[in-house]
Design a protein around this ligand. Structure first.
Ligand SMILES: [Zn+2]
Length: 425
């Protein structure tokens, strides 16, 4: 049995001891009794990899971080897809031009590089959306094969979930040929209805197929500052009507931030009723949205506080990493949490919430509804060499240890230098 002594746990007060059984499941979580056995090794000074007993020395333990919305098929393609206008529209067309050049090996290499880096930062589950490459099923097959190989390579350190983005054209012939065959490999189907000629029709079509195949949906919703784009409202009406409560995720929801408070509140209430999870993607939306505004450019984030007040769970995720949509990003969800803070005016009183938005909350959305540091949960854990969520956001460079199903998969120790702090492996 592995035991972690003397650790803080995100969202709780006091120090704890966490026991993990041989199957990689959390056996129990108890208040720390004030004694660390002499054979326990320092989590921050020892270079040992697999001891049974660790002293966390008042570090902070989080549930494994969950990057619930990424695009690994596009990640790291920036050198080949320059977006000169910096708009979503140009980004879409640049990747569309590049997609025929993708090979399985290229997709696999880029996906594994980004996922392994995310794993070093503490991500234990990562979900990627995949472009449909509509109407070419062979181009889609290239991406799917590359991603399935990536899943196999990464399986000891990370669960990689796949979501297929359906096209903006409601083509049942394409859907019949592609979706039933791919369904067993998918965590959900998605799409971006706001980009379709008739967004509500496109959304309805995607929901019809999800219902038919008994799949969840994970959609790009209203990634626009146009307040008249209200597919979130349609989704919140259709989900309960179809009995899909708890099976729908809405990413972006940018236009919710551009509507009047009254309109946005009414929609937020419906989203709560429908048990739809919302994911904000601050890196990409701060970058893409609002650049047409000549003064005080808008931020492009959804209304996190309003949604929370209505009872909606809101997670934060990476979205694009070094591609035509977003030239920066490194897969570090601690950085995403910090950018979420800046983008939504969250301060020190929200520090715990910000770290929950990249761990426990997305875990409840896409891993299991009880995700967290409790007995019976898989021991997907990240320890940070800092005592609180706030100090983690302040330093970013805290040492980290990452466990997947109770197995240590990554260690990044902090080295003191005269100038401050730097990383060393
Ligand atoms: Zn996205």
């Amino acid at each position: 049995m592995m035991i972690l002594y003397r650790t803080h746990i995100l969202g709780r007060t006091g120090l704890f001891t966490v026991r993990i059984d041989a199957q990689g499941t959390i056996a129990d979580v108890e208040p720390f009794r004030g004694l660390v056995p002499s054979h326990a090794l320092s989590a921050w000074k020892s270079h040992a990899q697999e001891p049974e007993h660790w002293d966390l020395e008042k570090g902070l333990l989080l549930p494994g971080m969950v990057d619930a919305h990424t695009h690994l098929d596009k990640a790291l393609t920036l050198p080949f897809t320059t977006n000169t206008s910096g708009t979503l529209e140009e980004a879409i067309s640049r990747f569309k031009e590049y997609q025929p050049k993708l090979t399985e090996e290229d997709v696999l290499t880029r996906a594994v590089m980004v996922a392994q880096q995310a794993s070093r930062y503490g991500t234990t589950t990562l979900r990627t959306h995949l472009n449909s490459a509509y109407p070419d099923p062979n181009a889609l097959k290239v991406v799917l094969n590359g991603m399935q190989e990536a899943q196999r390579i990464l399986r000891r350190q990370m669960d990689l979930q796949l979501v297929l983005m359906c096209p903006t054209i409601e083509d049942d012939q394409w859907a019949s040929a592609v979706l039933p065959a791919m369904a067993p490999y998918l965590a959900a189907i998605g799409g971006a209805p706001a980009l379709a000629r008739d967004p509500n029709r496109n959304l309805t079509w995607i929901l019809d197929w999800a219902e038919r195949l008994n799949l969840a949906v994970d959609l790009h919703i209203d990634e626009t500052l146009d307040p008249l784009s209200q597919t979130l409202n349609t989704l919140a009406e259709q989900v309960p009507a179809r009995g899909m409560q708890g099976l729908a995720i809405a990413g972006h929801c940018v236009s919710l931030g551009a509507m009047s408070l009254l309109e946005a509140s009414a929609i937020a209430d419906k989203v709560a009723q429908a048990n739809i999870g919302v994911i904000t993607l601050p890196q990409t939306n701060l970058y893409l949205q609002g650049r047409e505004d000549e003064t005080s450019p808008r931020r492009g984030l959804t209304r996190i506080s309003l949604l929370n007040e209505a009872g909606v769970q809101v997670a934060s995720a990476s979205d694009n990493i070094q591609d035509a949509f977003h030239p920066f990003g490194n897969g570090d969800l601690l950085l995403v949490a910090l950018i979420t803070a800046y983008g939504s005016h969250f301060g020190e009183s929200s520090a715990d919430t910000l770290l929950k938005m990249v761990s426990e909350i997305p875990g409840k959305m896409i891993v299991n509804t009880n995700y967290g540091i409790h007995a019976g949960q898989p021991a997907d854990l990240v320890a940070l060499e800092c005592p609180t969520a706030l100090s983690g956001l302040q330093t970013l460079l805290a040492g980290r240890r990452v466990w997947k199903r109770g197995r240590l998969v990554n260690t990044t120790l902090l080295a003191e230098t005269p100038l401050g702090t730097t990383y060393s492996q």
